[in-house]
Write a protein that binds this ligand. Sequence first.
Ligand SMILES: [Zn+2]
Length: 132
Amino acid sequence: MEHGLAYHFVIGNGNGMQDGEVAVGTRWRWQLDGGHLASEAQNRISLGICLVGNFDEDKPTPRQMASLVALVQALLKRCHLPVNAVKTHQQINVINTRCPGRYFPFPRFMEELRTANARSAAEKSAASSAGP
Ligand SMILES: [Zn+2]
């Protein structure tokens, strides 16, 4: 497709890429629209992150999930977005898709994001109240 890889980021599972390795796509580097959703309007306002694997058959690896949490947390901070801005492909695609698959632990992932977010907010307020 035009501009190659449809996603902004890819997270490996040890098959072709290191387990948990985050590849930064040219769409992120050049700040281009995604090509991952069926709707052009949605591609203009969303970032696409792809995890290698078939999560209808396997779970993502622990390292993939750790990298995903760290990456999404950094992106939410950088883009000033709330945790609720994070959606699965299935939740927003205008054409039905099974992606990310039944073994992708979405509720647990969102819980980890909220916990990580709350921790960084607490650290921030502790740092500002302890400031000079
Ligand atoms: Zn997908």
